[in-house]
Design a protein around this ligand. Structure first.
Ligand code: PHE
Length: 506
């Protein structure tokens, strides 16, 4: 019988009486375990080897587990301190014992809850009473959790009570991982084949032009591939799901007839706020909310537009208009900030500054980054992607706005959008959009929208209606993939499994 080299080597090393693991054999052969596994499966198919699989658990200490193994579990340190302080006779104030036991930060809570659980004593009105009756379950010198930590550290987790392992896992002191262990033995057929003699066949892994032109391909033996064999998981580079989803959003909007806007991340407050009829003393315009940049003011603002915007702020628009009667200076308008929304781009485009005057109907969008001085939490970051968009046409109504959102979100499988009346200085009416989180069922805010006011459109020279919105890309992602913390997809705490495995369907 002729077989490929690795298979022959494996047959020679495997035994009919002693089961050997793939890892052992790979070491003996000096071969890669993946190659040995592949050869083992091929020989199993040929009936020469028996491959047995079982799941093995590997248990190891976490960093916290290792610390407690060295220093003692917090509850036992508390107990020792209590005995030293005589708390078996008279109650001792907790603070004193915490100091004596050297417990710090989260260790204090850990010590207190486990102290009571293990029956080491009681805590009453801030005082600790140690229990030295030492019932069958209470023996601080033979604490099963401490013993288990030792056993695991020396690689003997196998003898530990599964209940204790579960407890240590809940406490975050150990980690358990499962791996498939394969072991092989020679079958009777394998033994017979070996006795009859097995030779190494030179096999060819790939067809080359030389093999084809020389005609040699007819003679050679090709390596067989087992496409079902386990292979190592390769985590190649991949486009981030946020970027993938951004691209999909762009495709959808282009499909709905929109064109993409472009513009600066750092822009004059004029484009970010003033054009939007946001008074200069509006609370959202303080340094608490926006990131001001220490750069020269933006000089090239269109003078005539600047005047019309100032006039709208001071006196309002139209015969019945009224302004804000609040301070307004061009110095503030020229100050450069990181944009807090991409509505600055909409202003640049609607003013005609970016691509010339626009005649209705028009549809524009951008999927771009914005920057806000928010407090980090599960739904807020300091920067996020906004899906900005607007439609310019005659006689638009809220129905058009709602219809556009319904159509847009349907493309992502989201069909239960809810609307809430809202206030923006620049739109009237205004609506916030909400979507239901697929896991928690909670309604989360996913966007803000409205129809631009006269005070915004008139200075820009737009004479028809414009409806507009800013939607959060990250929140759309939350609805699509069900993660609950925005930091699962961004930054150092991100969920690598999610990022590796989620597929964005186009
Ligand atoms: N700029 C708004 C925000 O960031 C979104 C918006 C844009 C609302 C245009 C109405 C009109 O929340």
């Amino acid at each position: 019988m002729r077989l490929p080299e690795t298979q022959v080597a494996l047959l020679e090393t495997a035994s009919a009486t002693e089961t050997k693991t793939v890892a052992q054999l790979a070491e003996e052969l000096g071969e890669d375990p993946t190659a040995v596994t592949r050869a083992a499966f091929e020989l199993e198919d040929a009936g020469l080897l028996a491959v047995d699989e079982h799941v093995a658990e590997d248990v190891h200490l976490t960093d916290e587990g290792e610390t407690y193994r060295e220093d003692g579990l917090p509850e036992l340190r508390l107990y020792e301190a209590a005995i030293d302080a005589g708390a078996d006779d008279d109650p001792v104030p907790m603070g004193e014992l915490i100091g004596a036991a050297g417990l710090e930060g989260p260790e204090v809570d850990i010590a207190l809850s486990n102290f009571a659980r293990k029956g080491l004593g009681r805590i009453d009105s801030g005082e600790v009473i140690a229990d030295t009756t030492e019932g069958p379950d209470v023996d601080p010198d033979a604490d099963p959790e401490t013993e288990a930590l030792e056993a695991i550290a020396s690689g003997n987790a196998g003898y530990t009570d599964p209940g204790i392992l579960d407890r240590l896992e809940t406490r975050g002191l150990i980690e358990r991982t499962e791996t498939t262990v394969r072991s092989v033995t020679l079958t009777d057929e394998g033994v017979t084949a070996m006795m009859e003699g097995v030779e190494v066949a030179e096999t060819v892994g790939a067809v080359t032009p030389e093999l084809l032109t020389s005609g040699e391909w007819e003679e050679v033996e090709f390596t067989e591939y087992n496409v079902e064999a386990d292979a190592e998981t390769v985590h190649g580079g991949k486009e981030h799901i946020l970027r993938q989803t951004a691209n999909r959003v762009k495709d959808v909007l282009v499909g709905m007839g929109f064109q993409e806007m472009e513009g600066p991340h750092a822009d004059a407050e004029f484009w970010i706020n003033d054009c939007l009829f946001m008074p200069q003393d509006h609370p959202a315009r303080t340094h608490w909310d926006q990131f001001g940049l220490d750069v020269p003011p933006m000089e090239d603002l269109p003078e005539d537009l600047l005047e019309r915007v100032e006039s709208a702020h001071r006196d309002g628009v139209g015969p019945d208009g009224d302004g804000y009667h609040s301070p307004w200076t061009t110095d503030v308008a020229r100050q450069v900030d990181l944009r807090g929304h991409t509505t600055s781009l909409s202003m640049r485009y609607l003013s005609g500054e970016q691509v010339g005057d626009l005649e209705p109907p028009q549809r524009y969008f951008s999927v771009e980054k914005v920057y806000r001085n928010d407090t980090l939490d599960p739904t807020h970051l300091l920067e996020f992607f906004q899906i900005e968009g607007w439609v310019m046409a005659e006689d638009l109504s809220v129905r058009d706005l709602m219809g556009t959102f319904t159509e847009f979100y349907e493309q992502f499988g989201i069909t239960d959008i809810e609307f809430k009346p809202h206030y923006n200085p620049y739109t009237e009416p205004s609506f916030e959009l909400f979507g239901k989180h697929p896991e928690t069922g909670e309604l989360i805010e996913i966007g803000n929208s409205g129809i631009f006011r006269e005070e915004v459109l008139s200075p820009l020279g737009v004479e028809c209606d414009v409806m507009a919105w800013g939607l959060a890309l990250e929140r759309l992602l939350m609805l699509m993939y069900g993660f609950e913390d925005i930091r699962d997809v961004h930054g150092t705490l991100c969920d690598l499994e999610l990022l590796r495995n989620v597929e964005v369907v186009h």
